[in-house]
Design a protein around this ligand. Structure first.
Ligand code: ADP
Ligand code: MG
Length: 683
C-alpha cells in the first residue's frame, strides 16, 4: 500500500462529470467520425486561410488536438501537394514518426510508404509517390546536405517544437534562412505549449494560430513520503488503482526500455498470482526500440470490462496520444543525455523531470474525461526539487555532431549562427577542438577531406572516424559490423528475470579476449554462420529483433562506405588492428586502472567502473577504451575494450603526450579486485 495525499487539481475547461465521448461510443466511431471529433477540426478552413496568408505560422494546441495527424492532410486537400511537391513534418522521436505516419496512411486509406511515408535514421519508408513525409528532425537536418533549399517541399512543419531537441533547435535557424530566399515555401512551427511567443519572436514576429484545447480537470496526488524504489512503487500503484478505481486506462512514465521491462515482469508476476480475483489487466510497453507491430497495440481500444496499462517512456508525454487514459502514474524521472563542458564528459543519466514536464504528464489524464495523476514523490519535492523548465538539449549536450553537420553545410561562423537559444560558448569551442583532434577540421576550423567523409555518416563523429580509420587498418568489414552492433547495443543480450543464470552463461560463452567490441563482433559472426536463424538466437539468449536491426544498419553503413570509396576488407585473425581502428575514433573515451578495481578517465581523472555485464568486468586490464559512460547506481563504463597506451600516441598524436600515458607498472592487477554485481547494486 502506498499512501497518497491529494493536492490542488490541474484545472480543466470542461465539466468534470461529462466525458465528451464515452469509451463505448469511441469504440464504434469510424475514421471520419474520429477526425471530426478532434479539437482542430472546426478550425480547418481558418487554418488553411492563415497558411495561405502568411509564410511562417506558429501553431499552438494542446497535445491530442490533431496537429500532427490532421494538418498535413488538410494541406493536401487544399492543394499544397500539386506540382509534385511534398509536405514534410519533422518529429523529435522515431517512434512518433513511424506511428503517426502509419495512422495517417490508415486515415487516408493508403499503404504506408506510398503516398504517406516516413524516414528515420537507417530506415526509409517512402517512395517516388510520397507526398506526405514524416521524418525525424535529424533526418531533415541531413537532407539539407543534399537539398539545401528544400526544393522538393511546398510546406515544412517543424512539429513538437517545444521539445527543443538539438536537431529541432538547429533546424529553426536553417529553415528560417531558407524561407528568406524561397518565398513559395510555407513554414509551420507547431508546439504543444507555452513557447509560442518565443517562437514567434524568433521568426520575425510570425503570427500565432491557437487551437483552443479541451481539457478536463485532473486531480493530483502526491505520496506522503518519498519512495525508495519507484519501479516497485509503480507496480503497487497500478494494482491499487486497478483494485479501487473505476475502469479507465493507466499511463505510467518510466525512463527506458530496461526499466519498462522490469516493471512489466514484476507486474505480470503479481497479476498472475492474483488470478481471477481481479479484472483483466492488459499490460503494454512503448519505447523507441519496440517493433512497430507491438507499438500499434497501444492504440487498440480496450475490451469492455478490462483495463489497459501502458508503460511508456517520455514518448507519451506529448509525441503520442493514447485515447482513454484516465490515470497517470508519474515517478518524476526521465533519462537525459548530459555533457559536462568543463570536463568534456558525456553521460546518460536519470534525472528528475521539470515542473513543466510533470504537468504535461498529468495533463494526459484529462483528455477524454476527468482524470487522476499519481505522483510518486512528495508535494514538497515537487515544489523544491523540480526545475521549472527542461533545459533545451543544445545547452546540455555535446555538439560535435551538430557542428560537423553545420560545417558540412558550409556554415563556418558558428558563433553567429541564428540560434533560438545559443549553446554555451565553451561547449561550442570544445566541439571544435574535438573535431580538430579527430582530424575533421584543420587549424583554420575548416572541414578537411576526412571531415567531409565523416559527415556522410549519420553517426556521431567518433564512430564516423572509427569507420574511416578502418581503411588504414584494413579491417573495414569487422568495423562496420561493430558499428552496427553498437547502434543497437543495449538490446542484444536477452536477460529475463527468471532465467538470469542461463542467460548470463550464454552471454559468457560469447566472450573473447580483447573486450566487448570483439565480443559483439563474435555474436554477429556466429549469427551469420547460423544463417541468421531465429532458433539460434533463442537458444543463445540473443534478441533476434536487435540482430535483424543490426543487419539492416550494417547494410546501410556498407552503402555509405561505398559512397566514400572504402572497400570492405576483412582480416579475421588480426584483432590488434580492429582495436586500433576503434581507438582512432574513441580516443576520448579512455580510462586507466587505479586502486581497488576502479578506473580513472585519462584526461579528467573521473572515477568510473566497468559495468558488470562487460566481459572485462573481472579482467581489469590496465588501459581500456569505452563506448559510453552511464550513471545508474554508479558511474559505469559500458562496451569496454582493452587497449595499449602506445596506440594512443599512434592514433591521436595531437591529443596525447607521452608523459600522460606513462605507466611504470604495466601489468594487470590480480583478478577479483573488483566488486561483485550485488555489491554494486546491479542485478
Ligand atoms: P497532436 O499532434 O495535436 O498532439 P495527434 O494528431 O497526434 O495530435 O493526435 C490526434 C488524435 O489522433 C489522437 O487523439 C488519437 O485519437 C488519434 N491517433 C493518433 N495516432 C494514432 C494511432 N497511431 N492510432 C490510433 N489513433 C491515433
Ligand atoms: Mg503531435
Amino acid at each position: 500500500q502506498i499512501e497518497f495525499i491529494q493536492a490542488l487539481s490541474l484545472p480543466g475547461n470542461k465539466e468534470k462529470d461529462q466525458p465528451e465521448i464515452t469509451e463505448a461510443q469511441r469504440r464504434k466511431m469510424n475514421i471520419e467520425e474520429t477526425q471530426k471529433s478532434l479539437p482542430i477540426y472546426p478550425f480547418k478552413e481558418d487554418l488553411i486561410k492563415a497558411i495561405r496568408n502568411h509564410q511562417v505560422l506558429i501553431i499552438e494546441g494542446e497535445t491530442g488536438s490533431g496537429k500532427t495527424t490532421q494538418i498535413p492532410q488538410y494541406l493536401h486537400q487544399a492543394g499544397f501537394t500539386k506540382d509534385k511537391k511534398k509536405i514534410g513534418c519533422t518529429q523529435p522521436r522515431r517512434v512518433a514518426a513511424m506511428s503517426v505516419s502509419a495512422r495517417v496512411a490508415e486515415e487516408m486509406g493508403v499503404k504506408l510508404g506510398n503516398e504517406v511515408g516516413y524516414t528515420i535514421r537507417f530506415e526509409d519508408c517512402t517512395s517516388e509517390r510520397t507526398f506526405l513525409k514524416y521524418m525525424t528532425d535529424g533526418t531533415l537536418h541531413r537532407e539539407f546536405l543534399s537539398e539545401p533549399d528544400l526544393q522538393s517541399y511546398s510546406v515544412m512543419i517543424i512539429d513538437e517544437a517545444h521539445e527543443r531537441t538539438l536537431h529541432t533547435d538547429i533546424l529553426f535557424g536553417l529553415v528560417k534562412d531558407v524561407a528568406r530566399f524561397r518565398p513559395d515555401l510555407k513554414l509551420l512551427i507547431s508546439s504543444a505549449t507555452l513557447d509560442a511567443q518565443k517562437f514567434s519572436e524568433f521568426f520575425d514576429d510570425a503570427p500565432i494560430f491557437r487551437i483552443p484545447g479541451r481539457r478536463f480537470p485532473v486531480d493530483i496526488y502526491y505520496t506522503k513520503a518519498p519512495e525508495a524504489d519507484y519501479v516497485d512503487a509503480c507496480v503497487v500503484s497500478i494494482l491499487q488503482i486497478h483494485a479501487t478505481q473505476p475502469l479507465g486506462d493507466i499511463l505510467v512514465f518510466l525512463t527506458g526500455q530496461e526499466e519498462i521491462e522490469t516493471c512489466q515482469e514484476l507486474l505480470q508476476d503479481r497479476v498472475r498470482r492474483l488470478g481471477s480475483r481481479i479484472k483483466e489487466l492488459l499490460i503494454l510497453p512503448v519505447y523507441s526500440n519496440l517493433p512497430s507491430d507491438m507499438q500499434a497495440k497501444i492504440f487498440l481500444p480496450t475490451p469492455p470490462n478490462a483495463r489497459k496499462v501502458v508503460l511508456a517512456t517520455n514518448i507519451a508525454e506529448t509525441s503520442l496520444t493514447i485515447d482513454n487514459i484516465i490515470y497517470v502514474i508519474d515517478p518524476g524521472f526521465c533519462k537525459q543525455n548530459n555533457f559536462n563542458s568543463r570536463t568534456g564528459m558525456e553521460s546518460l543519466v536519470v534525472v528528475p523531470v521539470s515542473k513543466a514536464s510533470a504537468n504535461q504528464r498529468a495533463g494526459r489524464a484529462g483528455r477524454v474525461a476527468a482524470g487522476k495523476c499519481f505522483r510518486l514523490y512528495t508535494a514538497w519535492a515537487y515544489k523544491h526539487e523540480l526545475e521549472d523548465n527542461t533545459v533545451p538539449e543544445i545547452q546540455r549536450i555535446n555538439l560535435g555532431n551538430a557542428v560537423l553537420m553545420l560545417k558540412a553545410l558550409g556554415i563556418n561562423d558558428l558563433i553567429h549562427f541564428d540560434f533560438l537559444d545559443p549553446p554555451p560558448h565553451e561547449t561550442l569551442v570544445l566541439a571544435l577542438e574535438q573535431l580538430y583532434a579527430l582530424g575533421a577540421l584543420n587549424h583554420h576550423g575548416e572541414l578537411t577531406k576526412l571531415g567531409r567523409r565523416m559527415a556522410e555518416f549519420p553517426l556521431n563523429p567518433m564512430m564516423g572516424k572509427m569507420l574511416l580509420a578502418s581503411e588504414k587498418y584494413k579491417c573495414s568489414e569487422e568495423i562496420v559490423t561493430i558499428a552496427a552492433m553498437l547502434s543497437v547495443n543495449s538490446a542484444i543480450f536477452y536477460r529475463p528475470k527468471d532465467k538470469i543464470i542461463h542467460a548470463d552463461t550464454a552471454r559468457k560463452n560469447f566472450f573473447v579476449p580483447g573486450g566487448d567490441h570483439l565480443t559483439l563482433l563474435n555474436v554477429y559472426r556466429q549469427w551469420t554462420d547460423s544463417d541468421h536463424s531465429t532458433q539460434w538466437c533463442y537458444e543463445n539468449y540473443i534478441q533476434y529483433r536487435s540482430m535483424k536491426r543490426a543487419r539492416d544498419v550494417r547494410e546501410q553503413l556498407i552503402g555509405l562506405m561505398q559512397r566514400v570509396e572504402i572497400d570492405l576488407v576483412s582480416n579475421p585473425l588480426e584483432t590488434i588492428n580492429i582495436r586500433k581502428a576503434i581507438t582512432a575514433g574513441y580516443f576520448y573515451h579512455i580510462a586507466r586502472l587505479s586502486k581497488g578495481g576502479h578506473y580513472k578517465t585519462v584526461k579528467h581523472n573521473q572515477t568510473v567502473m566497468i559495468h558488470p555485464n562487460s566481459c572485462l568486468f573481472e579482467e581489469l586490464p590496465r588501459w581500456v577504451l569505452y563506448h559510453e559512460l552511464v550513471f545508474t547506481t554508479k558511474e559505469f563504463i559500458r562496451q569496454v575494450t582493452e587497449i595499449e597506451s602506445k596506440w594512443l600516441l599512434e592514433v591521436a598524436p595531437h591529443y596525447y603526450k607521452p608523459k600522460e600515458l606513462d605507466d611504470s607498472t604495466n601489468k594487470k592487477m590480480p583478478k577479483n579486485m573488483g566488486k561483485s554485481r550485488a555489491e554494486l547494486g546491479e542485478h
